[in-house]
Design a protein around this ligand. Structure first.
Ligand SMILES: Nc1ncnc2c1ncn2[C@@H]1O[C@H](COP(=O)(O)OP(=O)(O)OP(=O)(O)O)[C@@H](O)[C@H]1O
Ligand SMILES: [Mg+2]
Length: 411
């Protein structure tokens, strides 16, 4: 019988297999402590694709609700999860928060009727939204934000000062994942800046926003409101250290042995290979481990299992590529010469490379190289160094690694 594969390349990591991020965890715990005690903290978590932002949020949740205890004891926040898609506008966003609040704390009859009254404005927007006179259905966003902030602060006050039979809470943590998807219609930076200020004016100081997204979320937020970034403590999620990488692999094997009768071991060489190939990218560690586990037949995962699992058709690199990079590499770039420029740059991973160094290895002419660098920069596949002329680098380390290991294989 086929063993159950414990590695999770396609979903955020379960708490039991979570590695590292000590700094991100202690900073968050401190933030919860501050927020609980009347000095609200908000966080902006940025990092490249697959670096572990959503996994971090998944760990933050039980820290906030008290399911996992912290240095400050067990917190007791209400948590709300939201995920932004390009279609999310301000109304859908507010509705998601309203519904989640009702789901989380509306189980008690008295609270439910309080929430229905307090969040009544959302129904009104819905009526306007689907009203007969479509052209008149747009509500002024500032009025909606004002209603939202007021309702949220009323809700906060209620859970902090509960009536008979209700349980007191430390406050509300609102997680906003994939914020880099935010469309202009959402006005996310403006929304968060104004809401946090209004909450303070209403005397509500126990709401925390935790926003996560790709690095360009920073530009999006500031385009929406110049000083929206000031609202946040920023945390950049980086690659895992070699010790953490080994921990991920060991924990995975252990989890596998809990659910499978047939036990699995892994050699030190195999672990080292996964660690090196992954360069510390959690998604890559999970994927390489998954494929090695899948390839293995004799119960001990060896170096060969890792390599076969990584490079075989349908193996780790195929999966990583089809999930993240293939379209960027094969569809958005029409010319083999442009792809050659990327391959040359990938030799230096995502470090800065001088144009003159690329030229030495490039087989096309100067003109093509200039065009390639211009086009790739415009598509944000590579970055141009603004403080040093003629230097470029690949936007993402993970993409560089994929090109290096796999990009030359024809689609
Ligand atoms: N701290 C960690 N320990 C172990 N595995 C992790 C950790 N963080 C992330 N992973 C694994 O890495 C992969 C990517 O994680 P996750 O989905 O959280 O990244 P992300 O930054 O949210 O990615 P995306 O940009 O695509 O949303 C998943 O397979 C997850 O299981
Ligand atoms: Mg994510």
């Amino acid at each position: 019988m086929k063993k159950i594969n414990p590695f999770k390349p396609h979903s955020p990591v379960p708490t039991a297999m979570f590695a590292g991020r000590i700094n991100e965890i202690t900073t968050f715990e401190k933030g919860l402590h501050q927020t609980k005690n009347g000095s609200p903290n908000n966080f902006l978590i940025t990092g490249e694709r697959g670096i572990g932002k959503s996994s971090l949020l998944m760990l933050y949740k039980p820290l906030a609700t008290g399911a996992i205890s912290t240095d400050y004891g067990n917190f007791n926040f209400v948590t709300i999860n939201t995920v932004i898609s390009p279609r999310t506008n301000m109304l859908t966003f507010i509705k998601v928060i309203e519904r989640s609040l009702k789901r989380e704390i509306g189980k008690i009859e008295s609270v439910r009727s309080f929430l229905n009254d307090t969040w009544d404005f959302v129904q009104r927007i819905k009526v306007l939204d689907s009203g007969i006179e479509q052209s008149k259905s747009t509500e002024d966003p500032d009025l909606v934000i004002d209603d939202f902030a007021y309702s949220l602060s009323e809700t906060c006050n209620r859970i902090a000062n509960p009536e008979k039979g209700e349980q007191a809470k430390d406050g509300i943590v609102i997680f906003i994942d994939e914020a880099d998807n935010a469309s202009c219609d959402l006005h996310l930076g403006y929304f968060l800046k104004v809401v946090t200020e209004m909450l303070q004016q209403h005397g509500c100081d126990s709401v925390m926003f935790v926003v996560a997204g790709l690095p360009d979320v920073i530009e999006k937020l500031s385009a929406s409101h110049e000083s929206s970034l000031r609202v946040f403590n920023q945390l950049k999620v980086k690659e895992l250290s070699p010790e953490d990488r080994h921990y991920v692999i060991d924990r995975g094997v252990e989890e596998g042995n809990k659910v499978n009768e047939e036990q699995t071991t892994i050699s030190a060489d195999a672990k080292r290979h996964i660690s090196t190939l992954s360069e510390g990218y959690p998604h890559f560690i999970q994927q390489f481990s998954y494929s090695a586990f899948d390839t293995n037949t004799d119960g001990e995962i060896s170096e060969d299992d890792v390599l076969n699992g990584a490079f075989n058709v349908g193996g780790a690199l195929d999966s990583i590529g089809s999930r993240y990079y293939e379209s960027q590499y094969h569809e958005q770039i029409k010319s083999d010469e442009y792809r050659q420029v990327l391959s040359i740059m990938a030799e230096n991973m995502s470090s800065w490379v001088k144009k003159s160094d690329i030229r030495e290895k490039f087989t096309g002419n100067d003109h093509t190289l200039t065009d390639a660098l211009k086009a790739l920069t415009a598509r944000k596949i590579i970055l141009k160094n603004t403080s040093k002329m003629g230097e470029y680098r690949l936007q993402q380390r993970g993409f560089a690694l994929w090109i290096k290991l796999f990009g030359n294989r024809k689609k």
